[in-house]
Design a protein around this ligand. Structure first.
Ligand code: SIN
Length: 337
């Protein structure tokens, strides 16, 4: 082969490679599935962990080859401090924070943190299904967030590293880890305790090392995070709840092709029914596992004990009524009947 032929072949090959490279992105992007990153902070064996996996299964079944859902549990990708920002920046497409963690975006969701507001999760479910409850899902749209569903976890219990935990006086002066919620901060101040806002991923170590004396959470979180191994007593207070909103980036969601948005909405609806049905049983099963482990004592409360906790926490309602709105509180209360 002459030098001239070699050069011509080389030029032709290079031109072909450029043409292929130029054509590639279009071919690839036409076929590449839309990646939906779903980040959350709890373990997989929890109501939210299971809900996220169910959503992945359903979404990929309904939209084969069109979407790929990647689930990142246990703050692996983003923890409490960063997940909302990551969603707004487009680094993830779905998160499901506890309703206590939206203070920076809306004051309305604080209604869910008012102590002793809901009798049980069925009442929460009824309220969320009302027009008022559904409107809260889109109440942060101007801030770039849109709620796709509410997911249940369960009622909160109180735990400490002390032997006695029956009446409000037993927590006076103790340090408690709380979620990033001003209502929860006020709740512990009303009890004469010292609340400390802290990311979920840091709680176990804070309890273990005595940075805080106690915390409040559901049975499934107390079990899956092993809090029961580093606490002496868990009082069955049922004084509040941990509920989630599955939220997405409003711009990303609105920009999806209609068939994809439809498929994802259907998958979300079915995953919600699945996760919410599971929540109660999972919490009950985890309570039993904690009892069986015999590490922390479970303190049952009598009617008078509960009345004392309720009375001590009552001032919180007045403090936040202005921000939340009396109408919203009344609408939530109505769901108890
Ligand atoms: C969660 O259930 O997502 C975490 C709740 C917490 O921060 O305590």
């Amino acid at each position: 082969m002459t030098q001239a032929t070699r050069t011509r072949r080389h030029v032709l090959f290079a031109a072909g490679a450029v043409a292929t490279a130029l054509a590639m992105p279009f071919t690839a992007s036409a076929q590449a599935p839309i990646v939906v990153k779903f980040s959350h902070v709890v373990a997989e064996n929890t109501p939210k962990g299971q809900g996220a996996l169910k959503f992945k299964e359903l979404a990929e079944k309904k939209l084969p080859g069109k979407v790929q859902v990647q689930v990142f549990p246990s703050s692996q990708l983003f923890g409490d401090a960063k997940e909302m920002e990551a969603l707004l920046l487009g680094d993830v497409q779905l998160i499901a924070p506890s309703l206590s963690k939206f203070d920076r975006y809306t004051k309305k969701l604080q209604v869910f943190d008012l102590p002793f507001l809901f009798d049980d999760i069925d009442a929460v479910d009824r309220f969320q299904a009302t027009k008022t409850g559904q409107e809260l899902l889109t109440s942060m749209k101007s801030r770039g967030l849109v709620g796709l569903a509410y997911w249940h976890n369960g009622m909160k219990q109180l735990s400490t590293n002390k032997d006695k935990l029956q009446r409000p006086d037993d927590v006076k002066g103790l340090k408690f880890r709380i979620q990033a919620s001003d209502v929860l901060e006020a709740q512990f101040r009303a009890l004469g305790a010292n609340p400390q806002k802290m990311a979920f991923s840091e709680v176990y170590q804070a309890l273990q090392t005595g940075v805080v004396d106690g915390q409040e959470n559901t049975w499934s979180n107390i079990f899956s995070q092993k809090f029961f191994e580093v606490q002496k007593t868990i009082a069955e207070t049922n004084h509040g709840l941990i509920e989630y909103m599955v939220v997405t980036n409003a711009k990303w969601w609105d920009g999806l092709p209609a068939d994809i948005r439809q498929g994802l909405s259907e998958a979300m609806k079915e995953a919600t029914a699945y996760a919410n049905k599971l929540a109660l049983d999972l919490n009950e099963a985890d309570k039993k596992k904690i009892m069986d482990a015999g590490k922390a004592k479970i303190q049952k409360l009598g009617k008078e004990d509960t009345a004392a906790w309720r009375k001590s926490m009552e001032p919180v309602w007045k403090k936040f009524e202005g921000d939340i709105g009396r109408d919203l509180i009344d609408a939530a209360l109505k769901a108890n009947s």
